[in-house]
Design a protein around this ligand. Structure first.
Ligand code: KG4
Ligand code: ZN
Length: 340
């Protein structure tokens, strides 16, 4: 029998993604984003995201097919994000995936969005080792996962955020500093010329005690807000670069410390970082230095695979197919608040 050709569909937030994977190899993908439509609101608006998925679905699928050089009829399996995510957004992609699977009479697999993120790096660097720690940092997630065999073993969710996600913290601080949206790129650009030690912002739960892998970023955001207010009240110029750099350093310190603690505590050799915040230069440098010191391998896929995309969902689908997993069937419900 020839290799499966798996179509992956992602629509859990503001990215409409289709990816095609065969035997662990990414054949091609298409991606559309409604990010610009949410800019004026400073965050993703679910109804706008869902409508944008509807508009983008067919054209983006066509781009993925052309990029992969395959016909729709060549698809042998379909995988789609069934959750977690914005309810209306998940529904659109899942309904599209069901329609395609039904029309082609091929099996459909529901995929957990975080399993997709964990699988993304396999498309760049090959199969994951037997065990690894995966740090997912984006506008929607801040999660530390203990991953073994992606389709045979349950993923263990070691921790996530009690309030804001890491990327969300960047977005909120960007708004506070009047820098625009999405916040990550503009804050790190502003931080480039700043002194990361100019302000001592809180590093919440750093020691962690009974919550070694939990994060909290809302206090950090409030501390930045108070600092800006105080400076403005004194009539002084707000040192944007120093505040941005000090904020960024506080986020990075916590992310790197907790991710490395998980790798060491589980006695593993590999840390994978994915999600939009993995684009952050200070995070990449700091994680690389810490991993080098600890003799740990650091894997970060290219940013196109770090952010939400259909290829990572296809990657999980491809693993499921090759492992002989049971398809979910066309009746699979969306599970917007899916847990691992
Ligand atoms: O993975 P992603 O594209 O979408 C989801 O949220 O699922 O991540 C977007 C997030 C945004 O919050 C954005 O501000 C953040 O990633 N981000 C960054 C950088 N580039 C994007 N955060 C820090 N530094 C960056 N260079
Ligand atoms: Zn995501």
């Amino acid at each position: 029998t020839s290799a499966p050709v798996v179509l992956g569909v992602e629509s859990s937030c503001d990215e409409t993604g289709f990816g095609i994977v065969s035997d662990g190899v990414l054949l091609g993908q298409g991606l559309a984003s409604s990010a610009r439509q949410h800019a004026e609101f400073g965050g993703v608006v679910p109804e706008i995201a869902a409508r944008a998925h509807l508009d983008a679905a067919v054209p983006t699928l066509q781009i993925a097919l052309a990029d992969a050089g395959v016909e729709l009829g060549d698809i042998t399996h379909v995988a789609a994000t069934s959750g977690p995510g914005l309810a209306t957004a998940v529904h659109v992609g899942l309904a599209a995936a069901k329609s395609i699977a039904w029309a082609l009479d091929v099996p459909l697999y529901g995929v957990h969005h975080l399993a997709g993120h964990a699988a993304a790096d396999t498309l760049e660097h090959g199969p994951l080792p037997d065990e690894s720690i995966v740090l997912i940092v984006s506008g929607g997630h801040t999660s530390i996962l203990h991953v073994r065999d992606l389709v045979r073993d349950p993923i263990v969710h070691l921790g996530d955020t009690l309030d804001d996600a890491a990327g969300e913290a960047f977005d909120k601080v960007a708004r506070l500093l009047g820098l625009g949206y999405p916040g990550g790129p503009v804050v790190s650009k502003a931080a480039a010329g700043g002194d990361p030690r100019a302000f001592t912002f809180p590093r919440a739960l750093m020691r962690g005690g009974d919550a070694p892998y939990m994060f909290s970023f809302s206090g950090l955001k409030t501390a930045v807000a108070r600092t800006v207010e105080t400076i403005e009240r004194d009539g002084a110029a707000v040192p944007i670069a120093d505040i941005a750099a000090s904020f960024e350093q506080a986020v990075v310190d916590v992310l790197v410390a907790k991710a490395l603690k998980a790798v060491r505590e589980k006695d593993l050799q590999t840390l994978v970082i994915v999600g939009g915040v993995a684009a952050n230069a200070r995070l990449r440098t700091s994680a690389q230095e810490a991993c080098d010191r600890a003799g740990i391998e650091l894997r970060i896929p290219p940013i196109s695979l770090c952010t939400d995309n259909g290829a990572m969902i296809a990657a999980v689908g491809d693993l499921l197919v090759r492992a002989g997993a049971e398809p979910s069937g066309l009746a699979i419900p969306a599970d917007p608040s899916a847990v691992l």
